[in-house]
Ligand binder design. Structure first.
Ligand code: THU
Length: 135
């Protein structure tokens, strides 16, 4: 499967409209492209109590698991934020990305203006705390 970076960007921009972000007004979208061609979409969903807010990445990853897929089914993870800067995943999402994806999984990061860079999961969380640490 070959994904087009511009098409992915326009899909992420369209998906960002679904974000529920009345408090921050900062929209984030995430699409997990599976090897079988399916797409799993996530957006940030905020809450007046703030704490229950879920980020776009974890929104997509939890659906991936609920739908019966796992790390071996993933082709590309694409992430968009409304940022002018890099707009990289928060700490909690880094830990969840590490838990549920291969450490070499490619993540394409886009911001408000453009494709920024391609990263690997391990880039976001070197020395991660993992299941190995609790054996
Ligand atoms: N947000 C995400 O969805 N993903 C991240 O990795 C960073 C932050 C959301 C949470 C909140 O709804 C808004 O961005 C502002 O922090």
């Amino acid at each position: 499967m070959s994904l087009n970076k511009d098409k992915v960007y326009s899909d992420l921009k369209e998906l960002r409209k679904n974000a529920y972000a009345p408090y921050s007004n900062f929209r984030v979208s995430c699409i997990i492209y599976l090897k079988n061609g399916n797409e799993i979409k996530g957006v940030n969903v905020e809450n007046a109590a703030y704490n229950p807010t879920i980020c776009a990445e974890r929104s997509a990853l939890t659906q991936m698991i609920a739908q019966g897929y796992n790390k071996n089914d993933v082709e590309i993870v694409a992430l968009y934020t409304d940022s002018e800067e890099l707009g990289s995943p928060c700490g909690t999402c880094r830990q969840t990305l590490f838990e549920l994806l291969l450490e070499n999984q490619e993540i394409w990061v886009y911001n408000k203006n453009k494709f920024v860079n391609s990263f690997k999961v391990i880039d976001f969380l070197p020395y991660a705390f993992t299941s190995k640490n609790i054996k």
